[in-house]
Design a protein around this ligand. Structure first.
Ligand SMILES: [Zn+2]
Length: 210
């Protein structure tokens, strides 16, 4: 597991650039919404800490506003493509080629850490875009908080990650169809000095992404 690096530049300016590429009624509506969305950006960025991010409140939007905000991410606008490239290029070589959730797939998609269906205002906020593979993106879906308001998944930009291996494997022999076959048993082990809350977050994320 490796931490990710936030992309340079002000998220509100990335958003403005994407809105500038819109035309017609949608472009006009989004331009009118800029101050309100940027105010939400300020609240989100102030709460963008391990302790506070789970308390970010959902905005209240009309159906049209939701559609317009979500369209900012669904578009093929040049500014959005540039933002995606910037996020990928901000990651160190060797890390940018793999999905942070599984460490296997290529990061061909972006997960919205705060699900965009619940937080359409952050559909193109760079802090909220986590490069990942399609499999992990599909499994994470719009999962976000547990019933007790704790987060379900690691935030690879924010959370502390262990510097030592956490996955322990034991190989045992088992009889199957009259033959001895090796069976691998995997277990997450909390490293010394690693916080219990962080370990629980890692554990829940691993269980969900299997
Ligand atoms: Zn993955």
């Amino acid at each position: 597991m490796h931490k990710l690096t936030l992309a340079a530049g002000l998220p509100r300016e990335h958003f403005s650039g994407i809105v500038d590429g819109k035309s017609g009624d949608r472009g006009a509506r989004l331009t009118d919404m800029l101050p309100v969305v940027q105010a939400h950006y300020g609240v989100f960025e102030a709460a963008y800490t391990v302790a506070d991010i789970s308390g970010v409140a959902q905005g209240t939007w009309t159906k049209t506003e939701r559609e317009d905000l979500l369209h900012c991410y669904e578009t093929t606008a040049k500014a959005l493509q540039q933002l995606k490239t910037l996020i990928l290029d901000s990651q160190p070589e060797g890390i940018r080629e793999v999905c942070p959730y599984c460490g296997i797939g290529g990061p061909r998609q972006f997960d919205h850490y705060l699900p965009k269906e619940k937080f359409p205002e952050y559909s193109v906020h760079s802090y909220n875009l986590v490069p990942c593979c399609g499999v992990c993106n599909g499994k994470k879906a719009d999962i976000w908080l547990q019933p007790n308001n704790t987060r379900t998944f690691i935030n690879f930009y924010l959370d502390s990650l262990p510097a030592v291996p956490m996955l322990d494997v034991t190989v045992q022999w088992s009889v199957k169809n009259g033959k001895l076959v090796p069976v691998s048993i995997f277990q997450l082990v909390c490293p010394a000095g690693f916080g219990a809350a962080e370990f629980q977050l890692v554990s829940m994320g691993c269980c969900r992404s299997r």
